[in-house]
Design a protein. Sequence first.
Length: 337
Amino acid sequence: MSGRRRARPSARAVLVRVLGALVALAVVVGLAVVGVRWVTGDDTPTASSGGAGTAASEATPSAADGTSSTEASPSPSASSSAADSSPSTASSAASGSASASRTATPAADRPRDGACYRLGYDAVVSPTNGARSVACRTRHTAQTFAVTTLDTVVDGHLLAVDADLVTSQGQDVCPARLVRYLGGGEEQWRLSMLRSVWFTPSLDEAAAGASWLRCDVVLRSGSSLGRLGTDLEGVLSTQDGRDTYGMCGTAEPGTSSFSRVPCRENHSWRAISTVDVSGDDGAYPGRAAARSAGQSTCEDAGRSAADDALDFQWGYEWPTAEQWDAGQTWGYCWAPA
């Protein structure tokens, strides 16, 4: 029988055709899906930002820039931008992540009245101080007793926070407030080792709006600072407080081994009264005049403090020119303890 015989396709050819059909079907389905997403707007940039993009669109441009720059690297300028944001932006930041808490400006960190610090001698002679406070029940060497506002405008001109007319306000404010805080009057404060130091904001804090003056009380002990008690308000109005923080000496005044220490430490002499020294127009009168100003006064004070009015010791310590310039315009009468 004659005729034509069709060759059967091989298994490999069948597999290739099936794969080709599947690829074609996938292309058709893919194009359909892309068309649907494009029409519905599911692939636009705004939608891809998610919830964060929606919240940012409600904020002002400056606030949004301030938040992003603060998260990248906190700076005074970034903090200032965040502070200028609208109330709605501020509430969004408050409910955000931990980075939002870093948007607070240095100006917000106004010193707290009554705060205690563990400072060294070098720190208390610096015009600024950024140390963290410590619990007053723990060891501390400084305590804030007053916080007030600096006057940075003189004759209508805004002065820098480190200008002499601004920083000198501490000398006018803090010692007088300390006398009232400690109690006992000015004489008892003079006869103590408690002194006031003050700090102003740093330039960065001032640029962010800070204008406070912080007054601290410290206890001098030789060339270092002594430990303070937990509550100093009114302490010099009591005999126990005067015996603790009074001014005493390790030896006779004027000798090489003499050093001022609080009376709670080992001592052999004690300051018992003070003598005001006067100078023309407030100028230092000179060593000779300062020395002679308290001789008879201190002799009488020593006699009154002695058990025997005919056999007693006394001492007089007059102010130096350096002490005078620092505000000490009085001398000390001393007697053996």
